[in-house]
Design a protein around this ligand. Structure first.
Ligand SMILES: Cc1cc2nc3c(=O)[nH]c(=O)nc-3n(C[C@H](O)[C@H](O)[C@H](O)COP(=O)(O)OP(=O)(O)OC[C@H]3O[C@@H](n4cnc5c(N)ncnc54)[C@H](O)[C@@H]3O)c2cc1C
Length: 491
């Protein structure tokens, strides 16, 4: 039996709470067992979800896909590494990179998962595992900061890694008032610390959004830079079934006859905190505006997380490109100049993303603790460019597909007595109608369905407002050498 002599008692307790003394890289079944057992407080269409959430129609398809990702950890090579603590196999997305090879190992694992879903699961578990690894690799920025608990954060990361926990997160305040003077608002909607007791912090209020809320083991709650009030500055993680915590869902976009929505619709939820007690063990920062901002801006959050994001986005861009080319071949329009131009636009985007990712890995730096950090600038450029490029790819799909995007009889029509007519009249170039409609339904689901529109919105916003991200690119970029070039001429 493995022992966790290096972990504090609470970690050992927490692992047994999950029903295991030790659980390295989990399987899909284990993921399902845990989230069903949690019975978190999830609201859908005016009712609390009861019974196994993995069987609820709004979640079933996506949860099955998430479970399949966990199974892949045991089916594909290089998805796990040996834990430095136990020697057991743990997920690569928890790895804190020590070299460029480590970073590329992470990319390989991220892209393996993304390939399974066309990059459409933005919140596959590697996203938050990476965030947590970034926090654990950034503890030095909390040195000397009051009301911060870096050792606890490190233990929590190890607990998550050894238990292969799944996470959702919520960082942003509700969209009630975004004016510069919103701090003057008396009616605060954002989740805030309303009390402190021997047990922990008491949190009341709401947070904007948690994708996959209610279907993960835990939720990480954090205030991003810009938080102006101490009672709204914190970093903590709590189990999704914590008393007083509610997840309120949007309408599901999963429909049984759609190829993508039915499998990859990651539910978005509003998160409500009704005097939720966060035990001190789970509080990593509180009432310290500078510390929360510093962990975000000065630590490894940005380079690590962006590396995960861009690795996934490369796969998603290639998927979109593949759909575009398949449409071209299906209706035989490849000879037209503007069609070639549109494909060239997509190819430029895909290859630029790959090059930026490659550059970020190659020009990374080793910090004083031996952590290898990808270069954030090319990653910032890539993610900011993708906010424009991905919607453009979806526009190109519509421009290429034209009416094919809506002439979509159902599977049932094809199996009915009119099926053979449809197969003939809707035929493509060298392909029958059924095959053509299957491809176009995929293209529609990617670019036009509720699911597809949400995917576009996601890529525009999930890592922040494109306008302010562009500002970050500008501020990160050193213009010194460019100015020197100009000065040489002026002199
Ligand atoms: C599909 C989806 C999933 C998401 N999932 C998550 C999640 O799981 N967890 C999580 O924490 N967050 C999540 N987010 C939230 C995401 O981080 C935010 O959408 C993003 O940070 C932008 O914030 P906002 O939506 O509040 O937009 P706002 O900040 O309200 O922006 C609205 C408009 O106002 C403008 N604006 C507002 N303030 C300023 C300003 N100061 N300067 C200039 N312009 C301004 C913006 O440019 C924009 O045009 C998700 C978002 C989406 C769309």
């Amino acid at each position: 039996m493995l022992t966790f002599s290096g972990f504090p008692n609470n970690i050992r307790y927490e692992l047994s709470r999950l029903g295991c003394e030790h659980m390295p890289a989990i399987t899909g079944d284990e993921y399902l067992r845990r989230i069903n057992a949690l019975n978190s407080n999830v609201w859908y269409e005016g009712q609390r979800v009861t019974g196994k959430i993995s069987e609820h129609p709004a979640f079933a398809g996506m949860i099955k896909s998430q479970a399949a990702l966990y199974d892949l950890q045991h089916q594909v090579k290089n998805m796990t590494v040996r834990s430095e603590k136990t020697g057991e196999a743990v997920g690569v997305s928890y790895l804190i990179p020590r070299s460029m090879e480590d970073l590329q190992k992470r990319k390989g694992m991220i892209q393996e998962w993304a390939s399974f879903n066309g990059g459409l699961m933005g919140r596959s578990p590697d996203y938050m595992n990476t965030v947590l690894a970034s926090f654990a690799a950034s503890l030095e920025v909390l040195k000397g900061e009051k009301k911060t608990f870096p050792k606890k954060l490190r233990s929590f990361y190890e607990y998550a890694r050894e238990g292969d926990l799944s996470f959702t997160h919520t960082f942003i305040s509700p969209q009630s008032n975004r004016s510069k003077l919103s701090v003057l608002d008396e009616e605060v909607t954002n989740a805030r610390i309303v009390n402190k007791s021997d047990e922990g912090l008491v949190i009341k209020g709401a947070k904007l959004l948690a994708t996959q809320g209610g279907i993960t083991d835990e939720i990480i709650v954090y205030s991003t830079p810009g938080t102006a009030e101490e009672d709204q500055s914190y970093l903590f993680s709590i189990p999704s079934d914590t008393k007083g915590l509610k997840f309120v869902c949007r309408r599901s976009f999963a429909h049984s006859d759609t190829p993508l929505s039915s499998r990859f619709d990651e539910m978005d939820t509003i998160v409500l905190f009704d005097e939720v007690i966060v035990p001190w063990d789970r509080v990593f920062i509180y009432e310290n505006i500078r510390a929360v901002a510093s962990l975000y801006q000065d630590g490894k959050f940005i380079p690590f997380t962006l590396h995960q994001i861009v690795s996934r986005q490369v796969i998603k861009a290639e998927f979109a490109l593949g759909v575009a080319q398949s449409i071209i071949e299906m209706i035989n329009v490849g000879e037209y100049e503007h069609v070639q131009g549109k494909m060239a636009e997509m190819i430029r985007g895909v290859e630029s993303m790959k090059a930026l990712l490659f550059k970020a890995e190659g020009t990374g730096t080793l910090d004083e603790n031996g952590v290898y950090i990808p270069d954030p600038l090319p990653l910032y450029v890539a993610v900011n460019e993708f906010q424009r490029f991905y919607p453009r790819c979806m526009e190109i799909l519509q421009q290429l597909g034209a009416s094919g995007m809506v002439t979509l009889p159902s599977e049932r029509d094809f199996s009915s007595e009119i099926g053979s007519d449809l197969n003939f009249y809707l035929k493509g170039y060298e392909k029958g109608g059924k095959e053509k409609v299957e491809l176009f339904r995929l293209a529609w689901d990617l670019s036009m369905s509720e699911f597809g529109s949400r995917q576009t919105l996601y890529e525009r916003f999930f890592f922040g407002d494109p306008v302010r991200l562009a500002q970050a690119v500008y501020k990160t970029y050193s213009t010194e050498s460019a100015i020197q070039r100009v000065n040489r001429f002026l002199e």
